[in-house]
Ligand binder design. Structure first.
Ligand SMILES: [Zn+2]
Length: 609
């Protein structure tokens, strides 16, 4: 059978000053009834309808150098008039979204994700694609290079030219960075990896590559050699402030603060560098878990509308569990640091009353309207399938280890998912993870999953951690910046006297802004709301800097006047101060029997016990 004609694309940073890409799509055998073109409504990995078509500034169609009519059918599809010869549609795309999800272009660099620039020729999604990635015109862009995991057809390594993809689905899964980025390379388990960093920075690239190599090797060994990609690219944008990542089949786009990158001459893994390594590790784990092991609801993706699944706890939660755990196994963070991070995660969950309202299965299903659209009431109404999902993964790992007497673990479940679904391309059914987990554990896990996924009951963390010789303790926060993870330094009686407003706060030029008013807290009982700005407590001016000191003057149960601006109206309310809740956790190793210590070692270092 003769192979079907290619779909050809050409993308040019036409006007970097005005942030405009020009993108052409040529179909050699357009639909005789009139070829339909569409832009995705969302980008896989980020579950929100983003309507990329809103950045299309102009569209025109030509065939044999003659204009062809093209009309809009709905918000993201167009139909060209019937054409009997190759048809080219040209769009101009406004690119000013400096995130990992869209496209961005200025005179310093260009970045794009396929869903925001490449039109889909509807009905021809399975065709192979070629994309000519062109440089901007002008001497100032002479030093620009290209970083992408897309396969080269006729382009030098890291150069402009022709790239190719087996299908539209693949084409839009290789983000592209162009500019004068820093580039470094390393090999992990035989796979070449590039790290391209855009933005001003002074990162120690040698150290970054050595550390990433150690982390990546852990991932490849966990799922088994060979790795499913023949090369991999970390596309990093370093900013003053920023954090975010999006996974792809052979690359990831990351945003970070430039201070999170390892600085020359600094030996230890600082907390901010640990954050960056955790982000890299997270997105890298997705190379297997969600890019290849996928929920059936995503096979194939329907890019025109929401794709519902209750499995995001497994794809984001399990990934969030392994992102830090594999850094311990790689020797990049210590056991003590890891336990501190786990203690903080448990603390964050306990401070979210939404965990008692929403199950993780529902949080996953409603990601499209809730997780990606947080508001001032989110902590009271929602649970994060990332955070609770990662703690469910911890509980599942410890449960499988306990039930199988140390012979099996979550690692075995991940390998089984990889073999059954990742390597076969079959989507994971909604009950697929649970069924395979029960097989691995050798007994029913129905009760475990009903509780963890479909109820709002607390997770059995305390008992499971005790089995590996770790005590989970809780106490009130010692200060407003106490994120947990460390044992108390003050006696319990002292901590019990401290009060809290029961709100999350932020700096405001006029005082202290209440960003979130928490369920059951003093601020809520007094009728305060998100966005209210507290200007005085007990007649004294308050700011983000002195709030803690002001509150230290009061005892639980004391009623105090508060002056608050709601929009431009000044309100005076009486607030009854409340004691800080017991919501701050720490994990400590107890001097237990040797068996528990061995189980802990097996868990943290990935060996059989
Ligand atoms: Zn993720």
């Amino acid at each position: 059978m003769p192979s079907l004609p290619l779909i050809e694309y050409r993308i040019v940073p036409k006007n970097p000053e005005a942030h405009l890409f020009e993108v052409r799509c040529t179909v050699h055998d357009p639909d005789p009834a009139g070829q339909v073109f569409a832009l995705p409504a969302w980008i896989p990995g980020s579950y929100l309808i983003r309507e990329f078509a809103r950045n299309v500034v102009s569209i025109r169609a030509t065939s044999q150098r003659r204009p062809i009519e093209i009309a809009k059918l709905d918000k993201h599809t167009w139909r060209a008039a019937p054409a009997s010869a190759p048809l080219t549609v040209t769009i101009e795309v406004y690119a000013w979204d400096l995130s990992v999800r869209g496209a961005h272009l200025d005179t310093t660099h260009g970045f794009f994700n396929g869903p925001s620039v490449f039109l889909c020729a509807v009905g021809k999604q399975g065709r192979p694609c070629e994309a000519s990635i062109m440089p901007p015109k002008g001497a100032r862009y002479r030093g620009w290079r290209v970083a992408t995991a897309m396969r080269r057809k006729d382009a030098p390594l890291h150069g402009f030219g022709v790239y190719r993809a087996a299908s539209y689905d693949e084409l839009i899964d290789h983000p592209v960075e162009m500019g004068a980025f820093t580039l470094a390379t390393f090999t992990a388990e035989g796979v070449p990896h590039d790290v391209a960093i855009t933005g001003r920075h002074r990162a120690d690239m040698g150290r970054l590559c050595r550390d990433l190599q150690r982390a990546c090797e852990q991932h490849i060994r966990l799922f088994g050699r060979p790795a499913p990609m023949d090369r991999y690219v970390f596309l990093v944008t370093a900013l003053g402030e920023g954090y975010g990542g999006l996974e792809h089949r052979a690359s990831t786009a990351l945003l970070c603060s430039r201070d999170d990158l390892p600085q020359s001459g600094v030996r230890q893994v600082t907390e901010s560098y640990r954050t960056f390594l955790g982000l890299c590790s997270h997105e890298y784990f997705h190379t297997w878990n969600v890019k290849r092991i996928k929920p059936a609801a995503f096979v194939p993706y329907d890019l025109a509308q929401e794709n519902y699944t209750r499995l995001l706890w497994a794809f984001e939660g399990i990934t969030s569990y392994y992102d830090d755990l594999l850094l311990v196994r790689a020797g990049l963070i210590t056991e003590a640091e890891y336990l501190e991070m786990l203690g903080r995660s448990i603390t964050t969950l306990l401070r979210n009353a939404g965990r008692m309202k929403q199950t993780v299965a529902d949080a996953s299903f409603d990601a499209w309207i809730k997780y990606y659209r947080p508001d001032e009431n989110s902590p009271n109404a929602q649970v994060s399938y990332y955070l609770k999902g990662s703690l469910i993964a911890l509980c599942l790992d410890l449960t499988i280890r306990q039930r199988s007497r140390g012979r099996k673990s979550l690692d075995d479940l991940m390998r089984a998912l990889w073999q059954s679904y990742g390597q076969t391309g079959v989507g994971v059914p909604e009950d697929g993870v649970e069924k395979l987990a029960a097989e691995i554990a050798g007994s029913s896990l129905r009760g475990f999953f009903d509780r963890a996924l479909r109820s709002t009951d607390e997770l059995p963390l305390k008992a499971l951690l005790a089995n590996v010789g770790i005590a989970l303790t809780s106490r009130p926060a010692e200060s407003m910046s106490d994120a947990g993870g460390k044992p108390a330094s003050l006696p319990p009686a002292k901590l019990g006297e401290r009060v809290t407003l029961g709100a999350r706060t932020a700096e405001d030029p006029a005082g202290v802004k209440l960003t979130h008013v928490l369920d059951g807290g003093a601020a809520q009982a007094a009728g305060l709301a998100g966005s209210d700005v507290v200007v005085a407590i007990d007649g004294l001016k308050v700011s983000a800097r002195n709030l803690e000191k002001r509150l230290a003057a009061f005892q639980p149960g004391e009623t105090v006047p508060l002056h608050v601006f709601r929009r431009d109206e000044l309100l005076e309310v009486q607030i009854e101060m409340r004691a800080r809740p017991i919501d701050t956790c720490a994990l400590t190793i107890v001097a237990a029997d040797r068996a528990a210590a061995n189980r802990r070692k097996a868990w943290l270092h990935g060996q059989g016990a």
